[in-house]
Design a protein around this ligand. Sequence first.
Ligand code: SF4
Length: 345
Amino acid sequence: MNPQKPYRDFAEFLRTIFPFKVQKISVNAGFTCPNRDGSKGRGGCTYCNNRSFSPGYGNPSRSVREQMNDGITFFSRKYPEMKYLAYFQSYTGTYGNPETLIARYEEALTCPGVVGLIVGTRPDCVPDALLDCFEALGKKTFVMLEYGVESTLNRTLDRINRQHSYEESAEMIRKTAARNIATGAHVILGLPGETTDEILSHAGTLSRLPLTALKLHQLQIIKGTVMAEEFRLKPESFHLFSPDEYVDLCVDFAERLKPDICIERFTSQSPKELLIAPAWDQKNYVITEKIVKRFRERATRQGRLYGQQPDEGVKGAVTSCNSSSAAHTSPAAAPLSPPSLHRRK
Ligand code: SF4
């Protein structure tokens, strides 16, 4: 980890791979989602309204090449030396006919200045044959698969209708890393029914996986989702963090995370017109700056408590995951890091 920084960020990881600056360009390739069309489930994950991060469902108005070229034109005016990673973010980036999928990835990779591919997907949606293709591609260019893990607790995954288990996430991340493909995980902090201690236990559980990078963000209630209706009917069953609480939660989380896993993101803000709560009204970079400041105020860093937590064990963390507060009462935790959050049990 860069000694100047209290946590390992994604830029630091990219610098170990590329001797130049790289920028991700998001593309919507028109893929859909097996948790919406009935092949895994219907209605989707309860928190998901894909419009909050995608301009259209399965029907992009511009080709992958056009979208990539739009992005490249935009960035290259200011940074002529910049190179690019194509980011298949919308819906499930590995769901579809394999020939079509590969054709879309290759379309992006042949755009000028593109040096790699990042594909966001579900952990139950990468068949071995496709993993073989990613492995072959990875021998020629940078490839990263980013999995929606969301929680390490199966009871939470059931509650949010993910239609996959944590075990499937863990297995897929291991299989992907075994092919020398970079691995990312996406996790939501504050899903309903999870105590603060359980949220923090995700850090220890995820640290046992061969993860390259982790994306975190706070739970947001988005209009038009199943969760929005649950929130309307039973708001007391949700705890939405205030910005200050969340800043401390992120520091607590990072302290428990293995130091070589990059934290690519701490927070996310959905468009105002789609967001019901929490209404932070603060840009992502502002929250991230507060997190960095809080690391310094607490004289702590990513990984400071890594390996000091009690061994939740993958099985215990997944199926019963009794909240363990021992991590917070560890004597080693006390001198450097004052108790930061009101613990919800
Ligand atoms: S979060 Fe992903 S898997 Fe879940 S409904 Fe949305 S697009 Fe589908």
